[in-house]
Design a protein. Structure first.
Length: 269
């Protein structure tokens, strides 16, 4: 009888412990589905955590807290080893960098120091000061993105701070004379405003600035062509007028010649 009572007490204690674990939101093993739930009594996956979690504390915070390894298999395309999925609840509208915390956020480091980074096999770095390096961990001062290699895109937009060079078409713009341009080229071996070969070799090429300069040169060239066309038309009008005057003089000369010949014949008679 004592043995039965002791067994009953143990079973009741275990039952109360499991009930406490369940009501506290921890389902260590759901025998119906085989899923494990933390913070939920109805886990929807083999491990379902419905509340916030933290891995690593105290002196262990600098150690590797979590490692994810996906074993490959022979069945089709592998799914991602790590998936971040928004629940769909709350506001999905970006309000600002100070109010929108984003999906992944690096915290706890000095934002002015670039010695902490997300590092992917030494070929992709996201530093805590907001800079990104692809195939390089060296981000030159003044730049946010560094790519060591070629890049390709279907479209790219560069937003310039400086004015777009449509000012070339304004009435008060002083278009350099072609003779002045030739003098500059003879002295510097490159167009005015354009970087020299040495400057490009040293500092590289700012694509936004270069496109702006190229548009400026195209607009100046258009003005030169318009001016050239204007002068050609003026010269053509002058030539036509001169031709008309010459033809009129020829007609007058022919008339005078005929009159002189007629008078000469009359005198001979």
């Amino acid at each position: 009888m004592k043995k039965f009572s002791l067994t009953l007490i143990i079973l009741l204690s275990v039952s109360q412990f499991l009930h406490a674990q369940w009501t506290n939101g921890t389902n260590i093993n759901n025998t119906n589905t085989g899923n494990v739930g933390i913070g939920t009594s109805t886990p929807q996956a083999q491990l379902d955590v419905s509340v916030n979690s933290q891995i690593g504390a105290g002196a262990n915070k600098f150690n590797t807290a979590l490692t994810l390894i996906k074993n490959g298999d022979q069945y089709g395309t592998d799914n991602p080893v790590f998936l971040i999925k928004h629940s769909g609840n709350g506001s999905n509208v970006f309000a600002g960098v100070n109010s929108d915390l984003g999906i992944i956020r690096i915290q706890g480091f000095n934002a002015t120091a670039a010695n902490k980074a997300i590092n992917s096999n030494d070929n992709f770095y996201v530093f805590t000061n907001g800079t990104v390096g692809i195939n390089t961990n060296s981000i030159p001062a003044g730049y946010q993105l560094a790519v060591n290699g070629s890049a390709i895109a279907t479209s790219m937009t560069v937003k310039l701070y400086a004015n777009w060079p449509d000012y070339v078409f304004k009435k008060d713009y002083l278009l350099p004379s072609l003779s002045d341009v030739k003098t500059y080229i003879d002295q510097n071996q490159h167009l005015p405003d354009m970087p020299s070969e040495a400057e490009v070799a040293k500092d590289g090429l700012n694509l936004g600035e270069m496109n702006k300069l190229l548009v400026k040169k195209v607009e100046e060239l258009t003005l030169y062509l318009i001016e050239k066309d204007k002068k050609e038309k003026e010269q053509e009008a002058i030539n036509q007028k001169n031709t008309q005057q010459i033809n009129e003089l020829k007609n007058q000369l022919e008339s005078i010649t005929k009159l002189l010949n007629k008078n000469s014949t009359s005198n001979l008679k």
